[in-house]
Design a protein around this ligand. Sequence first.
Ligand SMILES: [Zn+2]
Ligand SMILES: [Zn+2]
Length: 104
Amino acid sequence: MEAIKACELCEAARFTEWYYEDDECWVAECEACCVPMIVWKTHDPHPDESTKAKLHSRLLSVATSVFDYEPYIDDNMRNIPDHYHAHARGRGLGFAQTPRRREC
Ligand SMILES: [Zn+2]
Ligand SMILES: [Zn+2]
């Protein structure tokens, strides 16, 4: 019998700093890439278009309120393909380069 593989995103373990959370999603620093990442709270790889648009605009607004950079959405789900999440990577930054934080 194969062991049931727990979904890392459903577990939502707080390994890193969380920037935002509501009933639908959460935004935290991605453990692997060190950039802001949004995770839909539903275990499904395909949100409908309006949900997706909402998640993307939430991610961009949270990302730019914490960091001073020009983010773009990368929702190519390489590591966890069965649970929707997206990264806000920085234009002009390296793949896993943390953007500069805004001074507070
Ligand atoms: Zn999941
Ligand atoms: Zn990542």
